[in-house]
Design a protein around this ligand. Structure first.
Ligand code: CA
Length: 234
């Protein structure tokens, strides 16, 4: 899945530079010249991260960030603020509104990319290519391979994404609607039953290698992937 970044910047030259840098780094780029357009685009489809200029023509970047943090749908959307100001107090108020990071112009393309990747690693660990291993179950996002010792586990694409998400957020309980948002994506209509079907398929595949107990049902809440070693003993 390509990571989509929305750039909100009113200066055309910087907008072009940012878009070029991000495309080179392998990101899909969406562009808005002002906060109002950005809001429409976000309402239409959630990007994975917003690179937000502080000084915009009408509504400022700070105001837009505040609005996003107050809204249930966008409250966890990663935001990196971009600004020409260098004052320390600006930095503080940028982080106080809930921005994940803060970049001062002029910036080097390499620094920008590194900062974006750092925020994504922290906020969207399921997008990382790092190999994960929990209780002997190994998942390699780069090659789509899942294995236990030398035995491979074969999964459909949805089960793979589900397992990847749960393993990168191990020990946390996710409700069906949270899984829907995070695994199936924004604005996708799927019934709760469908999630249960995919969970069942995933368990069945894991059962073959004796790892199905790692995927726990939390009564009345949802599902959890556990790091507890007891769960992998059959
Ligand atoms: Ca500006």
């Amino acid at each position: 899945m390509t990571t989509q970044i929305l750039i909100v910047e009113d200066e055309p030259a910087i907008q072009v530079l940012l878009a070029h840098t991000l495309k080179q780094a392998g990101f899909a780029v969406l562009q808005a010249q002002n906060a109002e357009t950005a809001m429409e685009m976000i309402n239409d489809k959630l990007p994975d991260l917003v690179l937000l200029d502080w000084m915009l023509p009408k509504m400022s970047g700070i105001e837009l960030a505040r609005l996003m943090r107050r809204n249930e749908r966008t409250k966890l959307l990663p935001i990196i603020m971009l600004t020409a100001r260098v004052g320390e107090s600006d930095k503080v108020s940028g982080l106080e509104i809930g921005a994940d990071d803060y970049i001062t112009k002029p910036f080097s393309p390499r620094e920008l990319t590194a900062r974006i990747k750092a925020v994504l690693r922290r906020r969207l660990p399921e997008r990382s290519d790092d190999m994960i291993e929990i209780n002997g179950l190994r998942l390699d996002p780069a090659t789509y391979r899942i294995s236990v010792s030398d035995r491979e586990v074969t999964l459909g694409p949805t089960e793979f994404r589900l397992l990847l998400f749960l393993m990168t957020h191990a020990e946390r309980v996710y409700t069906r609607s949270q899984l829907l948002d995070r695994v199936w994506g924004d604005h996708v209509f799927v019934e709760d039953r469908t999630i249960d079907v995919h969970i069942r398929r995933l368990r069945k595949a894991l059962e073959v290698v004796g790892k199905d107990k790692l995927l726990q049902t939390v009564r009345g809440s949802g599902y959890r992937f556990t790091t507890s070693t007891e769960a992998s003993v059959k």
